[in-house]
Design a protein around this ligand. Sequence first.
Ligand SMILES: [Zn+2]
Length: 68
Amino acid sequence: MIWRTEIPYKVNYFTWLLAKQAILTHENLNKRKPNLCSSCYLCEEQVETVNHLFLHCKWTDQLWQMFI
Ligand SMILES: [Zn+2]
């Protein structure tokens, strides 16, 4: 379904990575190379997971509130 839309390829690819939770967050980077900082780049309060970064971070939440 992601690939059948007529949006730019970069947006399709980013959406596909997001759906597979393969975005290079600190959590995913730590799987490849341990000992990296795992705190959220935006709020520096919690571990930077895909769900936190795109849904639950207080800064991301403000962005979603602007669109909703
Ligand atoms: Zn955060």
